[in-house]
Design a protein around this ligand. Sequence first.
Ligand code: MOS
Length: 609
Amino acid sequence: MVVAETYEQARHAARLVQVRYDAEKPLADFDANVPNARKPPKINSGREPDFLKGNIDQGLKAADVTLAVTYETPMEHHHALEPHTTIAVWATDRLTLYDSSQMVDNSKTAIAALFGLPKENVRVIARYIGGGFGGKLKMGGQAILATMASRQLNRPVKIAITRQMAQTNAGFRQMNRQHLRLGATKDGALTALVHETVTHTAADQLFVEQAGVMSQMMYNVPNILTTHRVFPLHTQVPCPARAPGEAPGSFALESAMDELAHQLSMDPMAFRIHNEPATNPGTGKPWSSRSLVPAMRIGAEAFGWNQRRQQPRASRQGNWLVGYGMAAASRAALMRDTSARVTLTRENRTVSAVIEMGATDIGTGSYTIIAQTAADHLGLPISRIRVTIGDSDLPATPGSGGSWGAASYANAVVAVCTNALTELRQKVSRPAPASATVADLMTAARLTLYQTQVTDKPPAERENYASYSFGAHFCEAWVDEQLGIVQVKRVVTAAAAGRILNPKTASSQVIGAVVWGAGMALTEESLLDPRYGNFTTRTLTDYHVPVQLDIGTIDVIFVPDEDKVVNRLGIKGVGEMPITGLAAAIANAVFNATGKRIRRLPITPDKLL
Ligand code: MOS
């Protein structure tokens, strides 16, 4: 790292640094290193690497139709528009970091531990984040370097790593090779499902995304095996990327379901409905709510699924073969302990509220849903609510990740607002009528200022249930027979994700996930040079993300999904669920158009010709 007065000077000086090193042969080739794959002690979030239910051999023996295929998803990078950025400011023994972080509390804890500082001497501020997608969950390396430089120089230091640098100096999604074996009876009942994943990690650090987890809970299968194996490569450690595990895992599972439905000559949606489980097949727990079948039916109706031809290559527009594909989507509905503070101020009969919490907004609309939830529960107009987030000095939250932001933040806001009203009632000398407003209560209690704070926890009864968001994607893809180009003409996504707080911000999340899924399906791939162990795709010129012209129409439908268990507001989260299944829906549409089954993403013209 080079520090200079200006960014340009620093970039120039960094290029003058002479680096000497001994060259060794890197571990950088996926295929060559597969034989080194081992069972890891744990996979992402402390999950077990293996899962077994029933007896696979018996399950496959009971099948009339079987499928044994391998799917591959490539390495990918997050490519947030905002780079990984930190400004470090030391003031005597207090450190302030302006950091592009999805989780300000994580960054605070990590930096305090690393520099031996008391946690209260570290403050991390992230008011707005220009995209995270899992790449900014962990504190970035640039935060450590900025902290060191600022301490040495005794002045603020800013680092914004370039897009080229982000390919190696920040995390990425690992490549997954997934072997699937499925069996079904001829009437379409699944008898066995095996989902075995091989992937890679860094030589010195373990990260394995949970590619097999959806196969444990999606369908009513008596015999299920999922495994994860991993070998080291000389890269930085991979990290979560939007819907870690389920995004690549659902490409395999939902493609395999389509393949098996085709073998059975069944409609792929009817095949899924036929295997709808009454309880979570992996754990036996009841669903807190599961509205996948309604989502499929509502989505199919809106899409016009009944126009689909079962036989591939049956529909054509000039040079273009037209295909319909569908897939199911799911992700766990999570929630974490979350604190919030409300400060009420009264001027005569006018009350204003400030909500403060260490939450983040990674472009998801956290500010909006926090404000509207507070307005609803305080009975105040939204113009009287101010939301202050993105600061680790504020009451702690789990930050934005794992699609738990909306559930965690909004429930904590309800808890703190309810608390405030209850406490104000207790401060009034005579019992206030049920209709008393917050202004009535503060006036009666002769208060012009009132503040209270809570820590809200997920309800204990959640433990007894399986809670997931579900969705169904329907896709129309056109494939140019001569050029091998795929166009995603239309996507209809029906989402069953509990209560939707704000249809605009939630739709925007779903649309973003669908666009991510289209990129995953058709263009995105990070290429690691096996000779030098370095990524060759380092800019948006080499790494293709979808642009406007790549995306046709996307219709988002929210399906009624009342969940009384998952949390008091019944929120399940929509940030990640809709990217699951999307790549499979496109691949399935491509198969329906062309009769070609592409099992390695992205579906580029070379694979279709
Ligand atoms: Mo998400 S991959 O937990 O930001």
